[in-house]
Ligand binder design. Structure first.
Ligand code: DQA
Length: 146
């Protein structure tokens, strides 16, 4: 069975309460539940992990390498624009990944338009609020079963 792991970075645990005009009104739990149900209906194994710390994210990505995860969906949140270490962890495990954002980062502040991930991602999905994760999963499924 194809194994997919979803990683969410800092402050995404506050979705729903945090700047709902930018990130939407759904909680992370609601978004992940919908994603898990979609994955289950498609016969793929999917689980998710959220952390507010950079080291925690690096450790979890290394663990995904040990666990034989096939694909990663990652929203590095604020670390998108700063983290060489998370980028290096993804390069080290060599797991193909989709970069996801709830907001349209390319049309926000200049510092958010810089991402340390998009050049090494399979692709980037940004701006569809919680639906961005479903679109990322669909894109991975399309690659598995063209
Ligand atoms: C975000 C965009 C980032 O710039 C921001 O720091 C986040 C969330 C998004 O999903 O739109 O925390 O990754």
């Amino acid at each position: 069975m194809v194994k997919i792991r979803v990683f969410n970075g800092p402050n995404l645990n506050l979705l729903g309460q945090r700047e709902p005009g930018v990130y939407g009104q759904s909680s992370l739990q609601d978004i992940m539940q919908e994603l898990e149900a979609f994955a289950e209906s498609c016969g793929v194994e999917l689980n998710h992990f959220q952390t507010n710390s950079e080291g925690g994210m690096v450790d979890a990505i290394q663990k995904a390498g040990e666990d034989g995860v096939d694909y990663i969906i990652i929203n590095p949140a604020g670390y998108t624009h700063t983290s060489v270490s998370i980028r290096d962890a993804l390069l080290a495990v060599e797991i193909p990944f989709v970069e996801v954002h709830l907001s349209a980062v390319s049309s926000r502040e200049p510092f958010r338009q810089v991402t340390y991930f998009s050049d090494i991602a399979i692709g980037v999905i940004s701006g569809f609020r919680g639906e961005s994760y479903l679109l990322a999963l669909q894109a991975i499924l399309n690659r598995i079963e063209p």
